[in-house]
Design a protein around this ligand. Structure first.
Ligand SMILES: [Zn+2]
Length: 343
C-alpha cells in the first residue's frame, strides 16, 4: 500500500516526463484510488457501479490533460488513444478493468490501467510510437457482483453479452445487470442486439500488466513474471452425495452409509491423484470450496445421510482436465459400491 505517498496530482507537471516523474504519477494515482474507495478492509468497486465510473473519470481527466484522445464506447468502456506516425496501422492495446471483488486489493485491475497510461505517456514523451497505442479501461469484469457470470464489459464490446447475462441479479441491490448498465449510460439497444462495437481485427495485440492474485512471486522473491497461460476450469457447483441417515449410537460401522465419510474419501483420493499428476509434470489445481450437510436433518448425534459439495479443477491443459474428470467419475463409482452411497 502506498500509505507514505501523498502527492496531489496537480504537482505532477504535464509537459515533461522522466522516469522518476512517471513513477510519482503512478504512486499518486494508486494513492488517490485508495483514498476514493478504502473502507477499512479493502476497496469495493462494483461492476457497472458509481465508484468504477468515478475512477474511470479520474483516468479520463488526466489523459485529456496530457493531450490524449479519449472516448467512451456504447458499453461505456473508456478508450485513451495515442496516435502513431503511421495512423493506418492497427493499434497495440493495453489496459485492464477497474471494478474489484468486494473488499479487494488496491492494485487489482488498477495496475493494468495505471501501468497502461504510464506506457502511453512514456511513448509520447519519447516522440510517439509508429503504431497507434490504445489503453482500454474495462469494467464489469469480476464475477462476484452478479452471481457468477463475468467479463461483461469486454463481452459487450465484442457483441457477446447474452440475455441471460443481462438478466443476472446484483448480489446486494437485486437490480439486473441491464438496469445497472443503463444507470451507467450504456446504450442497451446495441448491447441487446449483440452489435460488435469493436472488431478484434482492429487491434494488433493486447498487453496487460496484472497483479498476481496468488503468492508465487513473493514466495520466489521475484518482482515480476511473464504469464504463459491462464488455467481453464471445470466446475461442479453442487455435487450431492446421498447415503443413509441413522442414529449415531445404535448403528454399527458395518451397517452405515455415511455420506460425509464417502465425500471425504473422494476428496482425499482426488488430492492424491492431484499430487501424482503434479509429479508427472501436469498443471492442475483442485478445490472444494463449499461443503454442506443438510441443516434440516443434520445433528451431532446423527450419521449424515446427505452432503453437498462443490468441486472445481483448473489446468492450462484441456487434456488434463478431461483425464481428471474421468478419475473423478471412476472414484465416485468405486466409493459408491464400497460405501453404499450415490453421487
Ligand atoms: Zn483483475
Amino acid at each position: 500500500m502506498a500509505d507514505d505517498v501523498a502527492l496531489p496530482l496537480s504537482t505532477i507537471p504535464p509537459e515533461s516526463f522522466m522516469t522518476r516523474e512517471l513513477e510519482s504519477l503512478a504512486q499518486a494515482l494508486f494513492y488517490q484510488f485508495r483514498e476514493m474507495s478504502f473502507d477499512g478492509t479493502g476497496i469495493s468497486w462494483e461492476t457497472y457501479g458509481a465508484g468504477e465510473t468515478q475512477a474511470m473519470q479520474v483516468i479520463e481527466r488526466l489523459a485529456k490533460q496530457h493531450g490524449f484522445e479519449t472516448h467512451w464506447d456504447p458499453a461505456q468502456i473508456l478508450i485513451v488513444r495515442l496516435q502513431g506516425s503511421e495512423p493506418g496501422m492497427t493499434a497495440v492495446a493495453t489496459g485492464s478493468h477497474l471494478d474489484s471483488v468486494p473488499q479487494g486489493g488496491n492494485y487489482d485491475g488498477a495496475a493494468g490501467v495505471i501501468g497502461g497510461l504510464i506506457a502511453l505517456l512514456a511513448a509520447k514523451d519519447r516522440g510517439g510510437p509508429r503504431r497507434p497505442m490504445e489503453m482500454l479501461v474495462l469494467r464489469g469484469e469480476e464475477s462476484a457482483w452478479f452471481g457468477g457470470p463475468c467479463y461483461f464489459g469486454s463481452r459487450a464490446m465484442f457483441g457477446q453479452l447474452t440475455g441471460a447475462d443481462l438478466a443476472s441479479q446484483h448480489r446486494d441491490n437485486g437490480l439486473s445487470l441491464a438496469e445497472q448498465m443503463r444507470a451507467c449510460g450504456v446504450d442497451l439497444t446495441r448491447i441487446e442486439a449483440q452489435d460488435v462495437i469493436r472488431n478484434p481485427d482492429e487491434l494488433h495485440s493486447w498487453l496487460e500488466i496484472h497483479i498476481e492474485p496468488g503468492p508465487v512471486l513473493i514466495a520466489r522473491d521475484k518482482p515480476v513474471g511473464l504469464v504463459t497461460g491462464i488455467r481453464g476450469n471445470v466446475r461442479h457447483r453442487r455435487v450431492v452425495c446421498r447415503g443413509q441417515a441413522a442414529h449415531s449410537g445404535a448403528v454399527p460401522r458395518w451397517l452405515r452409509h455415511d455420506a460425509v465419510l464417502a465425500m471425504a474419501e473422494l476428496l482425499m483420493r482426488m488430492d492424491e491423484h492431484w499430487r501424482v499428476l503434479l509429479e508427472w509434470g501436469e498443471d492442475l489445481v483442485v478445490t472444494s470450496g463449499i461443503v454442506e450437510t443438510n441443516p434440516n436433518e443434520h445433528a451431532v448425534s446423527r450419521v449424515p445421510g446427505e452432503v453437498s459439495f462443490a468441486l472445481e479443477y483448473r489446468s492450462q491443459d484441456a487434456k488434463t482436465l478431461g483425464s481428471f474428470g474421468n478419475l473423478v467419475r471412476s472414484e465416485c463409482e468405486q466409493i459408491s459400491v464400497k460405501r453404499g452411497v450415490t453421487f
